[in-house]
Structures are given as structure tokens and as C-alpha cells.
Design a protein around this ligand. Structure first.
Ligand code: PMP
Length: 454
């Protein structure tokens, strides 16, 4: 729009040589097709027209300390002066990082580094199949575990049955999709029924302990315990995908907070404040199955795994998380924002559920109670959800204008930033209501709205 000029010339260059003009499926956002980002610092990023935004999108979650954290940046630069990739042996930084991860995350006896979260979940499922000799994987509606075939199922299909589901992509073999069962989150009975019918064939259950890929569904007391009980009883591998929850909610992840210990854990995002690091860790007997051990059956490799620069970023991030009141700060700001937003929606008389955990917040435009399952989220008013977020950007506050996306607070956000978000939301919601509560572009997402997550 005229009020919000973007840089069409640069974006056009991008579209000529990059399919869709962006490098990840969920970066093409209706209305933001010409957005070119040129700088980021602390709680803010700047686009190529010089416009600055307070950033609550936070790149889908990594920069828990804020963008370009000076200590992380300095650690990466220092690593670059002494060491880079040699691709043989191990480096002291990798040893230090693995020791800290095993110390911090309850399920980790051993750990391997990857470059992304998707690689970590891929290898978790591969080794679960290698260990059990079984075929099936169970996942849950609303959970995203990366782009690879076993987990690339449309999360909204068949809300209440066990069975086949639409792939998120073409090009996936049907026999791979048939090997994944999708169950409703928080539904203990559905889990028991799946184990009763298929237990002897279930290699793994993979779950986001808090499904943040649809905003925030908190696990009922007993649900994660039921997963632990059923997988133990049937000899299946329980995988907690803590790519989002790890480090952000607690140094030991949701497993530390819930007291429930999975067999394997996948990590990423906040582990290195935005540098590309993922990790897969867990029970030593499972981790020993990887071909990093002589004669082991499960192949694991990666040219960039444990790159000294990103390992330095992870070590600097963990040092800061361990020595500074990062969690205290982001939890307090998260509470301040949730309280402020709750008041705004009440004042405007608009049904909303403001929820989240710690630094993560999301406002669903629907009446209560707090959603427990993905099916509950079908009540979210997509036009309103996207409409007011699009207007927020015009006030220099950025929450991703895409259905069901969560937002994140970082250590670099201030109480003033939080109050500015609340005030901008008041205006943006009021203006969206005045416009009829409908956003023209809301239904036109190239990714099919809620179907795809990251
Ligand atoms: N697991 C979860 C829970 C995620 O949210 C994501 C990405 N958003 C992934 C795995 C995949 O991680 P990556 O994008 O780094 O491959």
C-alpha cells in the first residue's frame, strides 16, 4: 500500500532467480511479497525502505537473546580467527557443547549435532526404526517436525480419526505417508487405541510437548505421561521435539518442566540464537546405533555438523542463558504482554483467547475456553487474526500476519517495547473492526493458511 512502500525493484530481482522470491516456504506472506530485510539489531529489524519494526516474529524463534547479540557475534568472530571446518576428528568446542547439553537436558546421555531441526527429527525417526525394526511413526495434529517425508503431512486433515492424511507436498511416496499415523493432541484415548491396534508396529511417537506450530496448545496433565507409559509398555521410542521449547522455556526444555523424560530429544532454534545448529540426543543405547560408532547400523553424517563458528555461537548463547536473568526477563515481559492484550480485547469487547507460555504469546480470535486440540483452533477468526497483524506492521510492530503463528519475546525487548505492542494492538484491532473485521488477503495464503507450519 502507499502507506507502506516496499522495494519492488529488489524483490523483482529476487523473484527472477529465486522461486517465489524467498528461501523458505513460509516466508512468502500475502501482502509482504516485496519485503526485503536489510538489518537487524536487538528487538528490531529494518527493511530496504528504511522502515524499522519491533520484531515479535523472531525468525520463528531462534533469537532468544535478540538479534545480533554482541556476545554471540563476538564468539563467532573469535572462532573464525582460530579455526574453521576441517571435517576430521572433533574440536574442543564440540566436546564442551555436548557435555553441557547432556548436563542440562534430562534425557540426554549422548548427543549429535546437526545444522537444522529437520535433520535432527529425521535422524530421530531413522534410529527409532533401526532400533525397533518397526515401520510406523505416530505424530500429532498441529505439530510440525520439519520438511522431510515421514512427517510431511497436512496437520488439519481428518481431525478425529487415525488414518491416512494429505501430504504437505507432492513428490512423497505413498508408502512413506502410510507409515505415519496422525492423532489428535491431548487425546489419551486416541493414543491408547492406536497402540492397541498397531502397538507392535509403532517404532516411534514424536511430539512437540507444547505444539507451538499452531500458536500454543498446552499439554493436559497426564497426556505426556500417557505417551511415556504407552511407548514404554509397547517398546516404542518416545521423541520430544523440543526445537522450539528447548532453551526458550527452560535450559532443560519442557522435559525439565514436566518431569517426563523421553528416549530421544531434538533441539534447534534458540540453542545458538539464530546460527544454524540442531541436535539429537537421548539414551546412549539408541545413540550408539549411529554409524558414528564403528560398525553401527544407522547412518549419520553432515559436512557442516559441529562447524566451529556455530558451535561457538551455541556456547556463547548457553553461557548467557546460564549466567544472566534471561528467562526471568522474557517470562516477565511475556506476562506483561498477555495481561495487556487480554485487557485490550476485553475493552474492545472482542472474543479472544490470549495464551502462550513464558516468552511465547498468541491471541486467538475466538471465544473461550483455552484451546486444547488442533480442532479447537478451527474456531479462530482467520480474517481478524491476520487483519489486525497486517495493520500492526503499519505501526512498526511485527507479528507474522499468517494464521495461528505464535510470537516471541527476547532478552533485547524492553517493557516499553511490550507496552508499544499492546497500544499498537489496541489501534490495529479497532481499525480492523471498523473495516468489518475481514482481511481481503487472509484467505489467499499460498501455503493454504493453517496447513503448513514452522
Ligand atoms: N521441529 C519443530 C518443532 C519446529 O518448529 C521446526 C521448525 N520450525 C523444526 C522441527 C524444523 O527445524 P528446521 O526448520 O531448523 O529444519
Amino acid at each position: 500500500t502507499a502507506a507502506h512502500p516496499h522495494d519492488t525493484e529488489l524483490a523483482d530481482r529476487a523473484r527472477r532467480v529465486i522461486p517465489g522470491g524467498v528461501n523458505s516456504g513460509q516466508r512468502s506472506i500475502p501482502g509482504l511479497a516485496d519485503l526485503v530485510i536489510t538489518a537487524a539489531d536487538g528487538a528490531r529489524f529494518t527493511d530496504s525502505t528504511g522502515r524499522e519494526y519491533v520484531d515479535y516474529h523472531a525468525a520463528f524463534g531462534p533469537p532468544l537473546l535478540g538479534h545480533n547479540d554482541p556476545d554471540v557475534t563476538a564468539a563467532v568472530a573469535a572462532a573464525g580467527r582460530t579455526l574453521d571446518l576441517c571435517g576430521v576428528g572433533v574440536t574442543p568446542g564440540e566436546i564442551d557443547l555436548a557435555e553441557q547439553l547432556c548436563e542440562l537436558v534430562p534425557s540426554l546421555e549422548q548427543v549429535l549435532l546437526t545444522s537444522t531441526g529437520s535433520e535432527a527429527t529425521f535422524h530421530a525417526l531413522r534410529v527409532a526404526r533401526a532400533a525397533t525394526g518397526r515401520r510406523l511413526v505416530v505424530k500429532f495434529q498441529g505439530c510440525y517436525h520439519g520438511w522431510h517425508d515421514s512427517v510431511s503431512l497436512n496437520v488439519i486433515s481428518a481431525p478425529d480419526r487415525v488414518g491416512r492424511h494429505d501430504p504437505i507436498s507432492t513428490g512423497i511416496l505413498p508408502e512413506v505417508l502410510d507409515a505415519t499415523l496422525v492423532l489428535p493432541f491431548n487425546d489419551i484415548e486416541a493414543v491408547r487405541a492406536a497402540f492397541t491396534e498397531h502397538g507392535a508396529d509403532i517404532a516411534a511417537v514424536i511430539v512437540e510437548p507444547v505444539p507451538h506450530n499452531v500458536g500454543c496448545l498446552l499439554p493436559d496433565t497426564g497426556f505426556l505421561q500417557a505417551l511415556r507409559d504407552e511407548t514404554s509398555r509397547h517398546g516404542s521410542v518416545l521423541v520430544f521435539d523440543e526445537v522450539i521449547t528447548g532453551f526458550r522455556h527452560a535450559l532443560g526444555g519442557w522435559q525439565q518442566l514436566s518431569g517426563i523424560t523421553p528416549d530421544l530429544t531434538t533441539l534447534g532454534k534458540a540453542i545458538a540464537n539464530g546460527y544454524p545448529v540442531g541436535a539429537l540426543g537421548g539414551r546412549a543405547d539408541l545413540m550408539q546405533l549411529f554409524s558414528t560408532t564403528p560398525g553401527a547400523p544407522a547412518f549419520f553424517a553432515g559436512t557442516y555438523n559441529g562447524h566451529p563458528a556455530v558451535v561457538a555461537a551455541a556456547l556463547a548463547t548457553l553461557r548467557k542463558l546460564r549466567t544472566e536473568p534471561v528467562h526471568e526477563h522474557v517470562f516477565a515481559l511475556g506476562d506483561r504482554i498477555r495481561a495487556g492484550l487480554t485487557d485490550v480485547f476485553a475493552e474492545l469487547n472482542l472474543p479472544a483467547v490470549v495464551t502462550g507460555y513464558g516468552s511465547v504469546f498468541v491471541s486467538y480470535l475466538m471465544s473461550g475456553p483455552v484451546p486444547r486440540t488442533y480442532a479447537d483452533l478451527l474456531r479462530n477468526d482467520v480474517g481478524m487474526f491476520i487483519g489486525y497483524r497486517r495493520r500492526l506492521a503499519e505501526h512498526g510492530v511485527f507479528e507474522l500476519p499468517l494464521n495461528l503463528k505464535r510470537s516471541h519475546v527476547s532478552y533485547a525487548h524492553t517493557a516499553d517495547d511490550a507496552d508499544r505492542l499492546v497500544e499498537a494492538t489496541r489501534t490495529a484491532v479497532r481499525d480492523t473492526l471498523a473495516a468489518g473485521g475481514i482481511d481481503q488477503l487472509a484467505g489467499t495464503s499460498t501455503m493454504g493458511g493453517a496447513d503448513a507450519h514452522r
